[in-house]
Design a binder for this molecule. Structure first.
Ligand SMILES: CSC[C@H]1O[C@H](OP(=O)(O)O)[C@H](O)[C@@H]1O
Length: 339
């Protein structure tokens, strides 16, 4: 398979000097519509409501939210706290805001903060291309891969993390079969990853989340390749709900398990996955699809939207700094905290 389109043409987060344009991911693939944020509060709401989502993308959007506040002379400390509280699991949000806070405390004005936000965005794009090459190199020619949720241009500054590895692996002729899990309940895989893959001309098959173990047993996939929202100091990984059971099934079937994330997703201050806060979202996201209720009135639901995969079930963590095979606390420290 050869990719036909320009991978970098999808830009979900667009800075326009005094307004942040966000591709409204709640409406894809049916509608490509844009939300214009002119205040930090608009950006905070867009992150909380999943207009923009994906760990790196929400950090980048929050950084631009700080710029909007600085341009209008808002008090920045409450703005930082308001943006930080938008979603709890993806550490990229906190990392980006800490980086902006450091610049504010160093006396940066709106112009300097705008330059910082642009650097954060540009660094993420560069990291994605480097991770694409590093991750693809782990995949033998003729392989099939399964991915989960959306980790592409919609979730990052462009190109993607796990989906970047898939783009690179297809372009290099290493990956012959691509499967994407629908990713209930928000359907990031069905609605977003398939949209990106069709946009790029990369043939892929959507599967029901419940078909994943059967697919692995069929021998059509050699790798599961996913993103991350927070990687703890011992290599445990918080990612979209359903990742953990993919890792269990993959280990059972001898399928390798790769996590792809920029170093801005690594949180060496969090010792293990047990300490990662898992976002709980509105149960109604489970009780209806596309606004159509699918469950009898009076029913309730439990809707954690992330889970934790222990490092012991992960074969490789790929970041722009390099690959950690069979991650553990010592190997994480060697790469991220060598002091
Ligand atoms: C490169 S995106 C990382 C991560 O973010 C997604 O979560 P959400 O769609 O709720 O923001 C998913 O867990 C991806 O793997």
């Amino acid at each position: 398979m050869t990719a036909l389109a320009d991978h970098d043409s999808i830009r979900a987060v667009q800075w326009r000097g005094d307004v942040l344009r966000l591709l409204d991911q709640r409406r894809l693939p049916a509608e490509e519509s844009w939300l214009e944020c002119r205040t930090a509060a608009h950006v905070r709401d867009a992150i909380a409501d999943l207009v923009v989502r994906g760990a790196p993308a929400i950090g980048i959007a929050a950084a631009w939210g700080v710029v909007l506040a600085a341009q209008t002379g808002e008090a920045l400390t409450p703005v930082l706290e308001h943006l930080r509280a938008a979603r709890p699991t993806a550490v990229n949000l906190m990392w980006a805001l800490d980086r902006m806070r450091a610049r504010i405390e160093a006396g940066a004005d709106a112009e300097a903060l705008q330059r910082e936000a642009q650097v954060i965005q540009d660094e993420d794009l560069a990291a994605n291309h480097r991770m694409g090459a590093l991750g693809a190199a782990l995949i033998d020619a003729g392989s099939g891969v399964l991915t989960h949720c959306n980790t592409g241009s919609l979730a990052t500054a462009g190109y993607g993390t796990a989906l970047g590895v898939i783009r690179a692996g297809v372009a290099e002729g290493r990956i012959e079969r691509v499967f994407a899990g629908e990713t209930r309940p928000w359907l990031q895989g069905a609605r977003l990853t398939m949209w990106e893959l069709v946009h790029d001309g990369i043939p892929a098959k959507l599967i029901a989340d419940s078909a994943a173990a059967h697919l692995m047993r069929s021998g059509q996939v050699q790798w599961v390749v996913i993103g991350a929202d927070r990687i703890a100091a011992n290599g445990d990984v918080a990612n979209k709900i359903g990742s953990y059971q993919l890792a269990i099934a993959a280990r059972h079937h001898g399928v390798k398990f790769m996590v792809v994330a920029p170093s801005t997703t690594v949180d060496m201050a969090t010792p293990s996955g047990e300490a990662i806060e898992i976002e709980m979202r509105d149960p109604n996201e489970l009780l209806s699809i596309a606004g159509v209720r699918t469950v009898i009135d009076g029913a309730s639901a439990w809707n954690p939207v992330f889970d934790v995969t222990p490092a012991s079930l992960i074969d490789a963590i790929v970041t722009e700094r390099g690959v950690i095979e069979r991650p553990d606390a010592e190997r994480m420290r060697a790469m991220f905290d060598p002091s």
